[in-house]
Each structure stands twice: as C-alpha cells, then as structure tokens.
Design a binder for this molecule. Sequence first.
Ligand code: COA
Length: 326
Amino acid sequence: MSDRIYSRIAGTGSYLPEKVLTNDDLAKLVDTSDEWIASRTGIRERHVAAEGETTCDLAYNAAMRALEAAGVEASELDLIVLGTTTPDLIFPSTACLVQHRLGANGCPAFDVNAACSGFVYALSVADKFIRSGAARTVLVIGAETLTRMVDWTERTSCVLFGDGAGAVVLKADAETGILSTHLHADGGKKELLWNPVGVSVGFKPDEPNAGVRINMTGNDVFKHAVKALDAIVEETLEANGLDRHEIDWLIPHQANLRIIEATAKRLDLPMERVVVTVDRHGNTSSGSVPLALDEAVRSGKVQRGQLLLLEAFGGGFTWGSALLRY
Ligand code: COA
C-alpha cells in the first residue's frame, strides 16, 4: 500500500432542465435546418432552462444526486468547487449559493471560471486540495445556463449551446482515483471565443443585445480545439507512461462531434469507447464533461477499475485533461 493520497470519485450526478429545443424548433427561429446542424456539429437537441431557473438550481440538483450516489451527507463536505461561466450573480459565487441550499455552510466554496474547461479546472483544483491533505471530501460541480447569453437571431452560434449541470463527490483514497490533471490557457486568443460584456469594462446597454452574447469565430476555434486536445492527450499519456490503447473511455467536452472524433482518432479509440451526449445536450460548457460522465456511470458503461480520460477546451482559450482510475 502506498502512502500517496488519491482523489477517488465516490459518486456522480447530473441534471438537465425539462424543456427540450430540437433542431426543427430552431429552424423556426433562424435560417437553419436539422440536416445542417446535425451534419456540422452532431447536435440534434438541447435542454433550455425555464424562466427563473438558474445555474444554482441546476447545480443543486446535480449535487444532490452525486451526494446520494456517494452516500455522503452535505455536512461531511470539506470543500465545494464549481466551474461556471454563467453564475447566478456576480457575487456571491454560485458555489456559495449551492452550499447554503445544501446546508453545508462553513466549508470553503468558490467558483472557477475557465469557460468550457470549467469542470476540468475545478476537478484539478479539488484534486490538489485532497492530495495536499487540506480536504478529504469535496463536491465538484460544472453547471451552466449558457442559453441565457445566446442571441436567438444569430444562426452561427444559437444552434450550438444548451443548459445543464453535472457533479462528482471526491473522497480521499489510498488506493485509486485521479492519476493526473493537466491545465493550459492562452489568453492571446481571447477574441475568437468570448462574451465582451463585463463589470469593469463597463456595461453598454444601448448596444444590440446589450452585448450579452457569445461571439465566436467557429472555424478558428475548431482548429485550435483539435490541435490543443491532440497535444494534451499526448501530454497526459506521456506523464503517466501509458500507451494510448490502455484508455478504456474517453469522456470529452461535448462541443462538436467532429472535434470529439478527431481526438478519438488520435487515441486510436473506436467511437464505442467514447461517451457522446452532444447529440442530446448540445454544448453545455462546464456542464458537459460531468454530464457525460454521470450518464456513462449510470448506464453501466463505465465500470470501477477502468481508466478514464476526461478533456475539455473552451474560451480563454483554456484546455485541460484528467486521467483517472474510476
Ligand atoms: N445553419 C445553416 N447554415 C449555417 C449555420 C446554421 N446554423 N451557421 C452557419 N451557416 C452557414 C454559414 O453562413 C456559411 O455559409 P456561407 O458558406 O454561405 O458563408 C456556411 O454555413 C459554413 O459556415 P462555417 O462557419 O464555415 O461552418 P463550419 O463547418 O465551420 O461549422 C461550426 C460551423 C460553428 C459548427 C464549427 O465551426 C464549429 O463547431 N466550431 C467550433 C465551435 C465550438 O466548438 N465552440 C465552442 C468551443 S468550447
């Protein structure tokens, strides 16, 4: 037995808002078609939060399911880390709002904003807390209501995004768990994928949509995403002295099926070993990886002892990966 501490996933949970928006529904709003959206992105439908339903609501429901699956009481939590780029409020953090609703008051709680890489970033931070001995039981959440900053008249981006949340409970374990995490960012590519609205830069309410919309140069983002994910997959395998064929499941960020297929090809992994939810969820940003993980666990695809590779890419740019023995 080693004296190393691992962060083991004790339970997973997820939550999707009830309302479903199909590609055909979108074709009534903008000049698009199910055929175009499905062939370019793999997306067929996405969930959209109801009026008044917030990121905290989605996060709370996902968290409750993860706690239940882990057999952990909220009062046992030492830390809550929540990845989001669509917080309920500027402050307090959504992690604090969730903490109070869970009745876990007292433990530290904070948000991580790394856009679509938010969950992988949050997982990495939580893993460091556990490895250092600063926490033993941690709730990690990825939750978003991205459709709140979608411009429903802009066909190039409104077809891509959806709302949802996923969560995991991590527990300190002597035997197995997260083997390594890898994080990167390149702030030089800011304008390729961003939302220019902000507090410190000042609000511009007289501009169309008050600036609260996602701006994206899709083609360029696509190319950068594939390249960065190729590199991080190699980095992760090398850091662990692993051959790519040893990976049991790829659990990727769900932005575009073609990006996912490119990463799977790099790993020489058949698509049957890749968890795909983008067809039903669209891009839920920080919610996407834990949503896919929870679905794979609950459907019985992912089994204890298997080697999972999680990865994500998003605005910033940010990108990251986590290799874990489930
Ligand atoms: N329906 C129909 N046509 C559309 C459309 C839509 N929803 N959106 C764009 N088009 C049109 C464009 O206007 C363009 O028309 P043109 O050739 O007459 O100028 C044509 O389709 C091709 O557009 P293009 O942007 O080159 O398509 P693409 O193959 O790059 O696909 C994305 C666009 C957005 C699907 C793709 O670039 C992508 O997925 N990028 C990554 C986005 C991403 O993952 N972002 C989040 C990262 S976390």
